[in-house]
Design a protein around this ligand. Structure first.
Ligand code: KIV
Ligand code: NA
Length: 265
């Protein structure tokens, strides 16, 4: 069983992968992935939105339930979607609580800012473990103006590391650091006690996370820092085309798929 405590103690890099449905989560779990993240990247990967902003708490509740139903060993972490936290304090706590209490997550992830330090402390105190998220925070796409690399000056990097440390002090059990120069990823791993899990943050972080659609080769495009370890897109296309051809040529269904009662009709 992976827990918020065990990933802090493990010697090998923490493996983390997103999943949004039960079959994918079951495969990740069976493969020994440590942390299954129900990312709000479900907005792009599954719903076809241009960003994560339209994703609702209900969307995350349903996806988290599906993932939690399928996972036996991994730690299930769920993203709090845009504006489900940080607007109203008690609503933030209730929303985070629902992802554990009703949907079965073990922890929540929040895109970090100065406004999430106190929230992290309050959630942790209530028994809701919090994973922080610094660097590129896609819910801020409109204020940042794109999905560009973050922490590219010494001053910005120091500010990011300070924010990360403030969340560690507030009780965060781990953090994601996204799309930063590799030396910033390395510094986060060095300077923090809690595991810094990187995505586009270089090889020296305490773990790695990818969007599952990117990792298995299902996404149409992948970010430059990702890697497709398979060609699920090609496999799916081939299977769908073969199905279409078999129906059009009446090769499917064949005798073995068909049943007769010998009825005289
Ligand atoms: O939503 C997501 O998939 C994420 C990871 C990229 C860390 O937040
Ligand atoms: Na996310």
């Amino acid at each position: 069983m992976t827990t918020v405590a065990s990933i802090q103690e493990q010697e090998t890099p923490v493996t983390m992968l997103t999943a949004y449905d039960a079959p994918t989560a079951a495969l990740a779990d069976e493969a020994g992935i440590d942390v299954v993240l129900v990312g709000d990247s479900i907005g792009n990967a599954v719903f076809g939105y241009e960003s994560t902003l339209p994703v609702t708490l209900d969307d995350m509740m349903r996806a988290t339930t599906s993932v939690a139903n399928a996972v036996d060993d991994a730690l299930v972490v769920t993203d709090l979607p845009f504006l489900s936290y940080g607007v109203d304090r008690s609503e933030s706590l209730e929303n985070a609580g629902r992802l554990l209490k009703e949907a079965g997550a073990h922890a929540v992830k929040l895109e970090s800012g100065p406004h999430t330090i106190e929230l992290t402390e309050a959630m942790t105190r209530l028994g809701i473990p919090v994973m922080a998220h610094v660097g590129l925070t896609p819910q801020h796409v409109n204020s940042v103006g794109g999905y560009t690399r973050q922490g590219t000056t010494a001053e910005q990097a120091a500010e990011m590391l300070d924010l990360a440390k403030a969340h560690e002090e507030a009780g965060a059990f781990s953090l994601v650091i996204e799309h930063v120069p590799r030396e910033v990823g390395a510094a986060a791993s060095d300077e923090l006690e809690i595991p810094a899990i990187g995505i586009g943050a270089g090889p020296e972080t305490d773990g790695q996370v990818l969007v599952v659609d990117d990792a298995i080769g299902l996404s149409e495009r992948i970010p430059p820092f990702a890697e497709a370890f398979g060609d699920v897109r090609g496999e799916m296309r081939q299977a769908i085309e073969q199905y279409r051809d078999a129906v059009e040529s009446r090769e499917f269904p064949a005798d073995e798929h068909s049943h007769s009662e010998g009825l005289d009709i």
